[in-house]
Design a protein around this ligand. Sequence first.
Ligand SMILES: O=C(O)C1=C[C@@H](OP(=O)(O)O)[C@@H](O)[C@H](O)C1
Ligand SMILES: C=C(OP(=O)(O)O)C(=O)O
Length: 428
Amino acid sequence: MELRKWGPLRGEITVPGDKSISHRAVMFGSLAKGTTEIHGFLQGADCLSTISCFEKMGISIENRGDTVLVQGRGLHGLTRPETILDCGNSGTTTRLISGILSAQNFDVTLTGDVSIQKRPMKRIIEPLSQMGADITSIHGNGCAPLFIRGKSLHGIHYTSPVASAQVKSAVLLAGLYAEGITKVTEPFVSRNHSERMLKLFGASVSTEGTTVSICPAGQLYGQKVMVPGDISSAAYFIAAGLMIPGSEILIKNVGINPTRDGILHVCRAMGADLTLLNVRGQEGEPTADILVRYSRLHGTDIAGAIIPTLIDELPMIAAMAAVAEGETRISDAGELKVKESNRIAVMAQNLTAMGADVTETEDGMIIRGGKPLRGAAIESHLDHRIAMTFAVASQCAEGVTEIRSGECVSISYPCFYEDLMNLSGKRR
Ligand SMILES: O=C(O)C1=C[C@@H](OP(=O)(O)O)[C@@H](O)[C@H](O)C1
Ligand SMILES: C=C(OP(=O)(O)O)C(=O)O
């Protein structure tokens, strides 16, 4: 994938559906009684992995493109898959499904691609084992492949060392089946899509501060789920609009759940011209249209409770900081090291290759912005967020930027390059 500056980006765009919400709609729909109708489903490879895992466990799922119909078979309706469950590149699939599988009346092996087999699974094995689950990391390294033998579970109060919606959701999903109440306390609030959607499906879930409680469920009921546009995908166009001189972009129907909207706060702190229009609630998930105009950005500090609310946007924010005037410090973001790639190291390496001044730290990075960027060979490490970040950065650089293995954007945003190009007027 070779890119060079196309000039300002102008116009309207609707980004694909939210990845976290799409995964959950298929999972909860499979465990519910009756049909779940999902509108705006993300047709990214990660969400297709979730569909395929549940199909292998006897769930009938009709994927009509924008709409997906899931014929749920109730909390105890999954059947033993005849083959290994393949979670592909998706951490969300692997961790959330483990919570469900821990409580079934069958055994299963699950795995994923090379990246998934390196990502830490002890973080879910530990709390689920405390609940009575029987999970083995087959290679003994705390990673997938995992062998899960279904068991009867009991509720616990788990205090998680990390603010992770995947850990929280795995424990809550196991809690649906456990005897007694299950609670999870996290250091900071992570995305709360599971809590919102489980309530919609009829589960008894409550939140107090950083603690979520769930009661065992008798039954979940199929629902109509409207999936908003993914703010993590919108992030590339928010950044592009702000970074590329002369740009003005209206991004329509984006999810702005307060546990996901950290990027909006950071952009404002950097001096962004950003307006929310048409703010509305949609099936428990708030949405808005986001209007961004080119702005002279300046650096800021990003740390603490805001980090989980923008964790997947940090690569794009780091590139924005390279274009901004002054220094940006990102800390408390050690979680970036255990994503699809080590996003601290990979960002520092690739931004440096483009001429930016970046220092990697233990839990983040320091970016001294304002240095002119030049095109470079970018190694995506098969990480979709890295590929998309540098496609945007290429629009602020002199010369050609080559993004290696750029096709990995299909994990979360299959038509990303077309959408970017359309806004530049190249195909208008
Ligand atoms: O629950 C989810 O849908 C997600 C949670 C986050 O991961 P962690 O729970 O590991 O922070 C995020 O990075 C991932 O893209 C999606
Ligand atoms: C980290 C991500 O996803 P997952 O953990 O589901 O692989 C991501 O999409 O940036």
